[in-house]
Design a protein around this ligand. Structure first.
Ligand code: AMP
Length: 543
C-alpha cells in the first residue's frame, strides 16, 4: 500500500517562462531597442527565443554552471538571455556597465565568464577591455548581424543568428532546483565587489514571495515597467514576477530620462513602474513639464534608497499614484520588506496614511527580520529601539561567490549593514547604512531623516547628509544640497526649515550648495566620495 505522494517538481526559472509561454503567449512584451525603435513581441516568442538560445549555448560548448555575462539595457533580448542562460543550466551574470573599466575587468575575470552578451552602446568599450578579459570565449552582440559591431569586436557572434540557427524542436534540459541561475555583484563602496549567486529555487521562491498581494501584487491585468536596471539585482526580480503572473512588460531600453519615461507610460498605458528615487525625481520633473497626468499609472514601487516623503505625497495627491516603498539588497534577491497598509488603517485620515507609507514596510512571508545591538542583544520591535538589521530566509545569501566561508552570524542570520527600527506592527524604518550614520557626541542622527527634510524644501531638488568630523562632538551633520531649477534658497532658509521637525541638536551644522551629487551605477548617492571631499569642512572652520 502506498502512503501517497505529491509530485516532486523542481522549482526552476524554466518553469516560470514555460508557464508564461503557454498561458500568456500573446501578452505583449514591449521593448525600446538601443536605437530607440520599439519592438513588440509576447511571452510566447520570448520563451521560444530563450529555449533556442539555451540550445545554441550548449552547441557553442558552454558547460553547466559556467557564467554568461551581460552588459546591456532593459530590453527583450536581455529577458531572453535571463531565461535562456539559466534554463541551459548556466549562470546569467548581469554586469553594471557604469562601473569603472578596472572594476568591469575584475568582475568578469573573477566570475570567469565564458560568454559576454552586449548591446550596441557598449561595443566600443568592449573592444577596448577585451585584452584584459582572460576567460571570455564568445562575444555575442544582442541583435542582428551588424558591420559596425563586427568591426569593433573581432570574431563577434550575433544573437539573432544563433537563435535563427535553432529549430522549434529545441528543448529545455532537466535542471536541479539548487543549481545556480544568476549572479550579481554588489555595488560595494569599499574593497572589491562581492558576487551573490542565486539559485533556481531561491529565484522561484522570491518570485512567489514578491507576487503576494501585499508584495508587488502584480497581475495579468498589469502593464509593468521596470526602470530599475536588469543588472541591479535582476531588476528586483521583475522579469520573473511578470512572467509568472503574465503581466505585460515594458522595457525602457537606454532612455531613462524623465521625458522618455513619461512618453512610455502614456503610450503603453503602464500601470506599475519600479525604480530608485533619483530616477523618479526626473520622472516627476518631466510630468510637471509635459503636463502629463500619467493617467494609466496606478502604483509605483520605490526602493534602493529611501523614498522622500514629499514624493509619496506628490504622487498620491497630484497623480493619484500609490507609491509603494520597499527595502532590499543584492544579498536578499532583493525583496526584504514592502509597505502595504493593514485592515486597521483603512479609516485613518489621509495624512496619517501617507505618514505610514514612509516606512520601508513589513517582511513578506519567506523572510524574517530582527534588530541586534552592537553588543549582540536582540532588540524589541517597539518603534523605539534602533539596531543592526539582520535578515534570514531562503532567498538570502549564505556565502558570497567563491568566498571561503559563510557570511552569516553564528546563529544563521545575515547582517545587512543597515541600521533600523521596527514598530509593533512589524513596519521597518531604515535610519541609515551603518557606515553612513552620523554619531554626534555618541548620539545617532539619521541621514535619511535629514535628507528627507532638506528635499521637502521647495527650493531643493536633491540632498545628501554626511558626517563631518568635529573637534568637540566627533561628528556633526553637514548637508549637501542641489537647488531646484529657478530657486535660490539661502543656507539660513534651509536650516530654518529644520526647526521644529527634529530635535535642535540634530539640525545640520552646515548646508553647502552643490551643482551635482556623485551618483553610483545603481542610482545611489556615493556618500564615501562626499565624505572624502567635505568630511573636514567643520574642522577647518572651527580651527
Ligand atoms: P544594493 O545591494 O546595491 O541594492 O544596496 C542595498 C542597500 O540599499 C541596503 O542595504 C540599504 O542600505 C539601501 N536601501 C535599499 N532600499 C532602501 C530603502 N527603501 N530605504 C533606505 N535604504 C535602502
Amino acid at each position: 500500500m502506498s502512503l501517497g505522494k505529491m509530485m516532486d517538481k523542481a522549482l526552476t526559472t524554466t518553469s516560470i517562462i514555460e508557464h508564461a509561454g503557454r498561458f500568456h503567449t500573446n501578452t505583449p512584451v514591449i521593448s525600446v531597442e538601443t536605437d530607440g525603435t520599439i519592438s513588440r513581441t509576447g511571452w510566447g516568442e520570448v520563451e521560444s527565443n530563450a529555449r533556442k538560445l539555451n540550445a545554441a549555448l550548449v552547441r557553442l560548448g558552454v558547460k553547466t554552471g559556467e557564467r554568461c555575462a551581460t552588459i546591456a539595457w532593459n530590453n527583450r533580448r536581455h529577458v531572453e538571455i535571463y531565461f535562456g542562460v539559466a534554463g541551459a543550466g548556466m549562470v546569467c551574470h548581469t554586469i553594471n556597465p557604469r562601473l569603472f573599466p578596472e572594476q568591469l575587468i575584475y568582475i568578469m575575470n573573477h566570475a570567469e565568464d565564458k560568454v559576454l552578451f552586449f548591446d550596441k552602446t557598449f561595443a566600443p568599450a568592449i573592444g577596448k577591455l577585451r585584452e584584459h578579459l582572460k576567460t571570455i570565449e564568445h562575444y555575442v552582440y544582442m541583435g542582428a548581424a551588424d558591420d559596425e559591431v563586427a568591426a569593433a569586436v573581432d570574431g563577434v557572434l550575433f544573437m539573432d543568428d544563433l537563435i535563427a540557427a535553432e529549430t522549434d524542436d529545441a528543448t529545455w534540459p532537466e535542471i536541479d532546483e539548487r543549481m545556480p541561475s544568476s549572479l550579481c555583484y554588489t555595488s560595494g563602496t569599499t574593497g572589491n565587489p562581492k558576487g551573490v549567486e542565486y539559485t533556481h529555487r531561491s529565484t522561484v521562491l522570491h518570485t512567489l514571495g514578491a507576487n503576494q498581494a501585499d508584495g508587488l501584487g502584480l497581475s495579468a491585468k498589469d502593464v509593468v515597467m521596470p526602470v530599475v536596471p536588469m543588472f541591479h539585482v535582476n531588476a528586483w526580480g521583475v522579469p520573473y514576477a511578470t512572467a509568472a503572473v503574465g503581466s505585460s512588460l515594458v522595457l525602457p531600453g537606454p532612455g531613462l530620462d524623465g521625458e522618455s519615461l513619461v512618453k512610455l507610460i502614456d503610450g503603453e498605458k503602464v500601470t506599475m513602474a519600479l525604480g530608485v528615487p533619483t530616477i523618479w525625481l526626473g520622472l516627476m520633473n518631466a510630468l510637471e513639464k509635459t503636463g502629463s497626468k500619467a493617467l494609466s499609472l496606478q502604483r509605483t514601487l520605490i526602493g534602493g534608497s529611501a523614498a522622500p516623503s514629499y514624493m509619496i505625497r506628490e504622487f498620491d495627491e497630484k497623480y493619484g499614484v500609490e507609491l509603494i516603498h520597499g527595502w532590499g539588497m543584492t544579498e536578499t534577491s532583493p525583496l526584504g520588506s514592502i509597505n502595504q497598509l493593514l485592515a486597521k488603517h483603512t479609516d485613518l485620515p489621509h495624512d496619517e496614511k501617507l505618514k505610514l507609507r514612509e516606512s520601508q514596510g513589513r517582511p513578506p512571508y519567506g523572510v524574517d527580520l530582527r534588530l541586534v545591538s552592537d553588543e549582540g542583544e536582540i532588540l524589541p520591535h517597539d518603534g523605539k529601539a534602533a539596531g543592526n538589521l539582520q535578515i534570514s530566509g531562503p532567498w538570502v545569501v549564505d556565502t558570497y561567490f567563491k568566498a571561503d566561508g559563510s557570511a552569516l552570524t553564528d546563529d544563521g542570520w545575515f547582517d545587512t549593514g543597515d541600521v533600523a527600527m521596527i514598530d509593533e506592527d512589524g513596519y521597518l524604518f531604515i535610519t541609515d547604512r551603518s557606515k553612513d550614520i552620523i554619531k554626534s557626541g555618541g548620539e545617532w542622527i539619521s541621514t535619511v531623516e535629514l535628507e528627507d527634510i532638506a528635499i521637502s524644501h521647495p527650493g531643493v531638488s536633491n540632498a545628501a547628509a554626511i558626517a563631518a568630523r568635529h573637534e568637540k562632538w566627533d561628528e556633526r551633520p553637514v548637508v549637501l544640497a542641489i537647488k531646484a531649477e529657478g530657486a535660490d534658497p539661502s543656507e539660513a532658509d534651509i536650516l530654518a526649515h529644520y526647526e521644529g521637525k527634529i530635535a535642535h541638536w540634530q539640525i545640520p551644522d552646515k548646508v553647502i550648495f552643490v551643482d551635482s551629487l556623485p551618483i553610483g551605477g545603481t542610482g545611489k548617492i556615493l556618500k564615501n566620495k562626499l565624505r572624502d571631499e567635505y568630511g573636514d569642512v567643520l574642522m577647518t572652520e572651527d580651527a
